[in-house]
Design a protein around this ligand. Structure first.
Ligand SMILES: Nc1ncnc2c1ncn2[C@@H]1O[C@H](COP(=O)(O)OP(=O)(O)O)[C@@H](O)[C@H]1O
Ligand SMILES: [Mg+2]
Length: 394
C-alpha cells in the first residue's frame, strides 16, 4: 500500500489467539501450575493430576493454560520425557464428550474412522495408543461448563476417575478443567466434587493498573514506538476494568482503536479513535441479543436502522418508522403488525437501551414522540440485522 504508515508494528500480537511469552499478573498462577505438574517430568507413569482453573470472562484462563502447556512441553522435551499437551474447547464440540474424545484420538491417529465407536471404546483405544507410545497427555477441557451442562454429572464422574478404572496400569491422562461457573461442580456427586475441589486455581478479575501493564506489554509487541500515549492506555484500561476486569475487551479495544487510527492516517492512536472503536464494538456485543429477537422485532429494528441511514435527522417519529416498517415487511412477505404493536416494540427497544424515546407536548394535538438511536451506528445495525434476517429465512 504505497508506503502508507501504520501505527502497528506487528498486528498479529493483538490477535485473540496469540499467546505471549510472559503473562503479567499471572506469574504466581503459572508457577503453581508448573508445580502441580512437575512430578510428571519425573514419574509420569506413577501419577496423574486434576486441576480446575476458574474465573470470569477475560481473566486469562485460556491464555494461562496455553502458556503453561507450551512451557511444560518444552521442559519435557529437554528432559526427553514423553508428554503431550492437548487443549480442547468443549463449546466447539457442543459439550459432547463423544466428539471431544474423537477429536483427541484423531490427534494421534488422523485417519481414524469417525463412525461406529462409542465413547468408552474411543477412550480404550486412546489409552492403548498412549500405552504403545509410552506417552502421558495433559488434556485441558476449556469451557468445561458446556460439557457439564450437556452431559450431566455421570460423564464428569467418569472423567475424574479415568485413571482409577485402570488401576495398576501406568498413568496416562492428566486433566485441566477450565470452568467459569464453579457452582456447576456443586451439582456433581460427592466423590467427583471432592476430587476436583482439591486443586482449584482462581483467577481474580484484573484491576485497572494490572490492565495497564497487560496493555503496555502488548503495545510494546504490536505497536510502533510512541504511537499510543498514556492517556489513551489508561482510558482503555478503565473501560476494560468496568467491563468486569476483562483483558480481552481491553486488548480488542486497543486493536480496534489502532485500526481507526490507520484508517484516518493518524500517526498516533487518539481518544477519538477509542470512541470510534467503542461504538463499533457495541453491535457485536449485541449480536446475541439480536439473534434472540422475533422476526417482526428484527424487521422493525431494521426499519429504524434504514431510516437513520437515509436521513441525517437525529430523531424520527412513530409514523415515519411505521412507513419504513411497512416497506420492510413487504420485502420479507410479512403482514405488518398494528400501530399498538409497533409502540410496544419501540418501548421494548428503549428498555434494551437501543432506542431512546422522548415524549414532548405539542400545542394542539397533545403529545408527540421523538425516537433516536443514540449509541449504535445505523450502518452497523442494518448490516447485523440483514445478516440475522437472512439466517431467519434459511
Ligand atoms: N496476564 C495477561 N497477560 C497478557 N495477556 C493476557 C493476560 N490475561 C489475559 N490476556 C489476554 O486477554 C485476552 C483474554 O484472555 P483469555 O485467556 O482468553 O480469557 P478467558 O479464557 O479467561 O476468558 C487474550 O487475548 C489473552 O491473551
Ligand atoms: Mg477462555
Amino acid at each position: 500500500m504505497n508506503g502508507r504508515k501504520s501505527v502497528f508494528k506487528d498486528e498479529s500480537k493483538l490477535d485473540i489467539n496469540y499467546v505471549p511469552k510472559t503473562l503479567p499478573h499471572r506469574e504466581k498462577e503459572h508457577r503453581l501450575l508448573m508445580e502441580f505438574f512437575s512430578f510428571l517430568l519425573r514419574f509420569s507413569e506413577k501419577m496423574s493430576q486434576r486441576i480446575i482453573i476458574t474465573g470470569e470472562v477475560g481473566t486469562g484462563k485460556t491464555v494461562l493454560a496455553h502458556r503453561f502447556g507450551a512451557d511444560i512441553t518444552l521442559q519435557a522435551n529437554k528432559q526427553k520425557v514423553k508428554l503431550r499437551y492437548v487443549h480442547v474447547n468443549c463449546r466447539e464440540y457442543r459439550g459432547k464428550i463423544f466428539l471431544i474424545l474423537q477429536h483427541v484420538l484423531t490427534i494421534f491417529r488422523p485417519n481414524f474412522p469417525k463412525r461406529g465407536y462409542s465413547s468408552e471404546e474411543i477412550l480404550d483405544m486412546l489409552f492403548q495408543i498412549l500405552d504403545e507410545e509410552n506417552t502421558h497427555i495433559i488434556l485441558t477441557l476449556d469451557e468445561f461448563d458446556t460439557l457439564i451442562k450437556n452431559e450431566g454429572s455421570e460423564t464428569v464422574y467418569k472423567l475424574t476417575r479415568l485413571q482409577e478404572i485402570r488401576s495398576g496400569k501406568p498413568q496416562r491422562i492428566s486433566a485441566i478443567f477450565i470452568l467459569r461457573d464453579l457452582s456447576l461442580i456443586d451439582k456433581l456427586d460427592d466423590s467427583s466434587r471432592s476430587t476436583l475441589q482439591r486443586n482449584i486455581i482462581r483467577l481474580i478479575k484484573y484491576r485497572r493498573n494490572q490492565l495497564i501493564d497487560i496493555l503496555n506489554e502488548r503495545i510494546a509487541l504490536g505497536f510502533n514506538l510512541y504511537s499510543v500515549n498514556e492517556d489513551v492506555i489508561s482510558s482503555i484500561a478503565e473501560l476494560g476494568f468496568s467491563e468486569s476486569g476483562n483483558a480481552r475487551f481491553a486488548i480488542d479495544l486497543l486493536w480496534r482503536a489502532g485500526k481507526y487510527a490507520d484508517a484516518s492516517d493518524k500517526e498516533v492512536v487518539t481518544a477519538e479513535c477509542v470512541r470510534e472503536a467503542i461504538s463499533s464494538i457495541f453491535p457485536t456485543i449485541r449480536k446475541n441479543e439480536l439473534d434472540s429477537l422475533s422476526l417482526h422485532e428484527k424487521i422493525f429494528l431494521l426499519a429504524i436502522a434504514r431510516f437513520f441511514n437515509n436521513n441525517e435527522n437525529a430523531y424520527t417519529s412513530l409514523s415515519e418508522i411505521e412507513e419504513y416498517y411497512a416497506i420492510a415487511c413487504e420485502e420479507f412477505n410479512e403482514k405488518p403488525n398494528s400501530h399498538t404493536q409497533i409502540w410496544k416494540y419501540t418501548q421494548l427497544f428503549s428498555a434494551l437501551g437501543i432506542l431512546k424515546i422522548e415524549v414532548t407536548a405539542t400545542s394542539k394535538r397533545g403529545r408527540s414522540t421523538k425516537i433516536s438511536l443514540p449509541s449504535i451506528p445505523s450502518k452497523e445495525l442494518e448490516k447485523e440485522l440483514s445478516a440475522a434476517l437472512r439466517n431467519n429465512n434459511m
